[in-house]
Design a protein around this ligand. Sequence first.
Ligand SMILES: Cc1ncc(COP(=O)(O)O)c(C=O)c1O
Length: 450
Amino acid sequence: MTRRIHRDRIKGLLAVEERRFVKDHPRSKRLFKRAESVLLAGVPMNWMIRWAGPFPIFAKEGKGARVTDVDGNEYIDFCLGDTGSMFGHSPKPVVDAVIRQVRKGITMMLPTEDSIWVGEELGRRFGLPYWQVVMTATDANRYSIRLARMATRRKKILVVSGCYHGSLDEALVSLEGGKVVPRAGNSGAPVDPALTTKAVQFNDLAGLKRALAPGDVACVLAEPAMTNHGVILPDAGYHDELRRLTRRYGTLLILDETHTLSCGVGGYTKEHHLEPDVITMGKPLAGGVPVAAYGISQAVSDRIYEEIIHDEDETGVGGTLSGNALAVAAMRATLEKVYTQKSFDRMLPLSERFTQGIEQTISDYGLPWYVTRLGIRVEYGFLPRPPRNAAEVDSFMDPDLERLMHLMALNRGILLTPFHNMALICPYTTRRDVDRHTEVFRESVASMLD
Ligand SMILES: Cc1ncc(COP(=O)(O)O)c(C=O)c1O
């Protein structure tokens, strides 16, 4: 039997949950008051204000799959730093490597041997020969776009409408009425993004062909499956055609694997035998230590090498702290001991179980919702079927319902990623953690039904 969410009940439930949140978090509340006088919006980074409560919880400690707050509440963490700690908080091999390296020099503007090991390993996993290490996935994307412009002598880039690749001016766009416009919230854009960027909807191959045909696009920058408008999977054959069209029109293909590393030890690229010209990635690569990387093909290297290696350091690519000794030591430990097939063998069945828990509830209550899994990343949404592009997701947005689901989870000891209905499984997550989520999800949904 199909049941409907009782709209009138959402506001009332939100008020009840907010009161419970305030009662359970007196110290976080006090810290937030203090923070408001010195930190913009009371947080060190503006996204942190976007958790479901009236103020953020202040963390005391993160360990494995758990976070404890300053009021002593413990949470099963399915947010995992929005992928930054996808392999758990402070995994021991990374902690040990960091401590060892911190004693031996943190940043020297000199390569260390670990960086060679890291390059070799990334090459084995992702199939591209040359690698660079940077600080954030935003950097990796920014530099890759720059290299693509250098290699092709073209100015424009193409992205998928509704994408997120970091705080990149060129990529904060959406497609509205066939026009490229700044994405909602992208205020302060330096130029009209239509000057720098073309956009198409995900899975729209005819649109992609039209956009590439004039031969003025340096690169397509895309996630292999979208993860920032819910999880949206590519249609069968999409990647073959994306690759064929980019080759045909002389456009480089940059795949951003930052979130799709959740698919396995070589990301979506390895799982699906893709052949991008450039791969970018960041977030969990060094177990939570800020590191990112990008890899390029032999052909791209041949086209940009002379320009990058000239006498000036102001090529617009690179950064003082990038590739530092601490970062590559942490990345090596992560790749060697944490981001491994053994971890995935443990995590994948749990993420299936997590997905089934949601599916069962959706089906038992006949809700018009869907759930999608991308390896160890699971996301549900308020659409009757899995979406094919960001425009479909936008037409079913329900911010109040989303906030209530998050707040109910949080008040019952579960952290979900803010601004996503997304959960990640880490090597420390247990069956009981997953089943607790299912229980809370079911209970939350039941309380809102007609
Ligand atoms: C696919 C993708 N690429 C890049 C980024 C940027 O990562 P960072 O903020 O760590 O630079 C994000 C951030 O959410 C992302 O989702």
